[in-house]
Design a protein around this ligand. Sequence first.
Ligand code: SF4
Ligand code: SF4
Length: 426
Amino acid sequence: MTVDNHKMWNELDMDVEMHDLLCEALPVAFGDVYLSQENRPEGMDFFNMVVADIHGIRPAELIKHQEAGGKVVGTFCIHVPDEIAVAGGAISTGLCSGSQFWVPGGEKYVPTATCPLIKASLGARFDRTCPFFRIADLFIGETTCDGKKKAWEILAEDAPMHIMDLPQMKREKDLLHWRDEILGYKDKIEELTGNQVTEESLHDAIVLINNKRRALQRLNAFRKEEKLPISGKDVLLVQQIAFYDDPARFAQMTNALSDELEQRVKDGVSVFPEGTKRILLSGTPLSIPNWKVHHIVETSGAAVVGEEMCTGSRYYEGLVDEEPTDMEGMINALNERYMDIHCACFTPNTERIDDIIRLAKEWNVDGVIDVNLKFCGIYDIEGYTVERALQEAGIPVLGIETDYTDEDAEQLRTRIGAFIEMIGEK
Ligand code: SF4
Ligand code: SF4
């Protein structure tokens, strides 16, 4: 932690004293979960560095962009198309919060029985303990779940917000509605930045964000190997940083990591002992620094080889069609791609069930753990369908519910440990 960061945090009107407590806790947690791993790829050094100064380096870059007249928008959901903000000359940054540190602050505004992601997001803003929540010129909310819808009303009392109305079905008229919302977002970005979203800038932005997703696809492909050259925890970290880092640099560093993994595969290097069981996680997003389930799985004799989550396949699998170069065609391509996310907020949502079965087969998993963030009703209820479909497909499944605290860690360790043992010898 540098003196310069304190100066920046003070200028952002942060509660620096309280924030220092978070700065003290994060390196310890990161050391325990990440730095304790053996034989990590050297390409993880960049991502370690990003986490080590997560509230320093990137916020300073965002402020520099603002000082040069640029704008920063903060988003909470992968339905919001970053391409629009980028094409208008803004920087788009993720704001989903994954630390218990912010939860009590959020509980002053919303009921305890609200998902930790929402509580932490409100706490981070109202407690003034996250630079990203201080820097953003505009917050983009969406009407995905009830908790978020109501939380945005509260957040709007303190922060400038633009809300996108996401339909909950995928009929033709719903697709047309989301297309309108994307156009509305474009207008908002143009008003905020004073820049026009042009055909050229939008196409460049589509390619830029696609390249980020391609880099994640390439990285995730290594998890299909029998000898895993990288841990699930490390891939999770890269996926979490994807929401914050500069997209071009992120793709470059992720591809550099993949180059190293390619060599590891050729050399037969594995970070797990032979016979390690393979687990797919499905469910609610795991925002940084929520590494709990991965850590438990990977210290209980198994490896996480994939995440059917917004901090996983739901984020990187679909690309926007790069073929169209006219405005209408590109907006349609964005609409098609962003309405093809299989979030539990949609009904019906059978595509998500198909995805889980497909990914379980592609990654050759021994079992699936369906993870639900406490008080997330939609994923909790959909868990019934997920578990039934997996059982019918003969894939062992364990449903768990957790939050950001460590209180349930031991109980989870027991259940996950028993599940891993139960899924048979390899
Ligand atoms: S789980 Fe649904 S609402 Fe939450 S970030 Fe993902 S797509 Fe958005
Ligand atoms: S995890 Fe569930 S309840 Fe929480 S914000 Fe996402 S969809 Fe809403």
